[in-house]
Design a protein around this ligand. Structure first.
Ligand code: IPM
Ligand code: MN
Length: 366
């Protein structure tokens, strides 16, 4: 199988973590006929520097022609002065719109091996396995009108959702819940916002099509609290764009580091995979970034875009094994741990992944 991948390293630590994820994917070609053809293109600040725009046409075209897109991170302080539409982030938001993926899946689980890195007590971490389903193409991020007026003395954004936008992402959340513990927590601010009242009504109606899945509604402020006090109570958390952005970063603290989190954006013409962390300019280029969020995003790619479920499980097991062996990156450093660089962590995962694939394919051969 030939699999076309558009690779968009982007800014800051993006290139460092993306190259580790790509190396891990290449391990697969030693064990199967799966070949990843990688097409690298600039986005974000790197694209502004090279081509004067955060989403060059050749980058977009390469993405639209691919089987999946793999992105590192965008954002660089040197472009803070630019208007919103010219910033590095506009490249990512433009790409998301063009690809059409409206459901951003962000799994958050606790890893016993790095439980000490979590601010939460070990007892609270037991059984934590949350899947955020974040609406990605609507709400305050995109709706018009937006801008400044009164010569910059006031500013405005519009929160707008249509029933259609809510229905389609709600269905993804219920479908995902069916593969898990069959519970959806829909998060809104229906005591204040009309968009949230529509959200709640719509999700309640969609839930009728999934009688085997339990639905609960929760206000976003309460959700922020429950995520810390009792994260194990959640299975699938369904929410709108901005709430999902904020809550998923909050939830990453449960794992111990934002560097661990992966994401997949589905529902459009081409699926998009990216670690949840940003460009982290403060640690870029030092070889200390955590590549596991990017590598875990590659596992999601194997599962959701390449249909390689066993291999995806193997890759996640390889990540877990490396952590269990006591290895960690700078962000997870604790007494007694063996701190390794970005590329060393990548190599460790490659080795464990190769061992697992070796066992799997040897088993199938007999
Ligand atoms: C994320 C990021 C992006 C977002 C930024 C870089 C536009 O924070 O993927 O969570 O807000 O969606
Ligand atoms: Mn974010």
């Amino acid at each position: 199988m030939r699999f076309q991948l558009a690779i968009l390293p982007g800014d800051g630590i993006g290139p460092e973590v993306v190259s580790e994820a790509v190396r891990v994917l290449r391990v697969l070609s030693h064990f199967s006929d799966c070949e990843f053809i990688c097409n690298e293109r600039p986005i974000g600040g790197a694209a502004i520097r090279a081509h004067g725009t955060p989403l060059p046409e050749h980058t977009l075209q390469a993405c639209l022609k691919s089987d999946a897109v793999f992105l590192g991170a965008v954002g660089a302080a040197e472009f803070d002065h630019l208007p919103t539409q010219q910033k590095p982030e506009a490249g990512l938001l433009g790409l998301r719109t063009a690809l059409g993926g409206f459901a951003n899946l962000r799994p958050v689980a606790s890893f016993p091996a790095i439980a000490d890195c979590s601010p939460l007590q070990r007892s609270r971490l037991k059984g934590v396995d949350v899947l955020f389903v974040r609406e990605l193409l609507g709400g305050l991020y995109f709706a018009q009108p937006r801008g400044f007026d009164h010569e910059g003395d006031s500013a405005f954004n519009t929160m707008r959702y249509s029933r259609h936008e809510i229905e389609r992402v709600a269905r993804i959340a219920f479908e995902q819940a069916r593969t898990r513990r069959r519970k959806v927590t829909s998060v809104d601010k229906a005591n204040v916002l009309e968009t949230s009242q529509l959200w709640r009504r719509t999700v309640t109606r969609i839930a009728e099509d999934y009688p085997d899945v339990k639905l609960e509604h929760m206000y976003v402020d309460a959700c922020a609290m429950h995520l810390i006090s009792d994260p194990a109570r959640f299975d699938v958390v369904l929410t709108e764009n901005l709430f999902g952005d904020i809550l998923s970063d909050e939830a990453s603290a449960i794992t111990g580091s934002l560097g661990m989190l992966a994401s997949a954006t589905i529902g459009g013409s081409v699926d998009l995979y990216e670690p949840v962390h940003g460009s982290a300019p403060d640690i870029a280029g030092q070889g200390i970034a955590n590549p596991l969020g990017a590598i875990a995003s590659a596992a999601m790619l194997l599962r959701l875009s390449a249909g390689m479920h066993h291999e995806a499980n193997d890759l996640e097991a390889a990540i877990n094994q490396v952590l269990e062996e006591g290895y960690c990156t700078h962000d997870l450093a604790r007494p007694g741990k063996h701190v390794v660089s970005t590329s060393e962590m990548g190599e460790l995962v490659q080795q464990r992944f190769a061992e697992m694939l070796d066992r799997r394919f040897a088993y199938h051969a007999v």
